[in-house]
Design a protein around this ligand. Sequence first.
Ligand SMILES: [Zn+2]
Length: 101
Amino acid sequence: MIRYSCDLCKRDLDPEHDLRYVVKIEVYAAFDPTTDGEEDDRDHLEEIQDILERLEDSDSDQVGDDVYQQLRFDLCPECRKKFARNPLAREAAKVFDFSSN
Ligand SMILES: [Zn+2]
């Protein structure tokens, strides 16, 4: 049986009792549409598509990490709540100060 553990708090998740949440993060370079006039969104989507296809062809994990990156995490319900509140891990103190005490 596959055992999962939370990637944030590291506690083991019991598949029979604990809900497990999967967080998938896609980070990819944004290609701003050029202002040439004739270009439209379709062109830069194709450009991204080309890059993704090239990445799929490539065997190297190193290629394109700064162009396209996919991350996957398993989270327990508590950590999922924390993540949903602050997905970019911004300074929690400032954001949530008003609710302390
Ligand atoms: Zn957790």
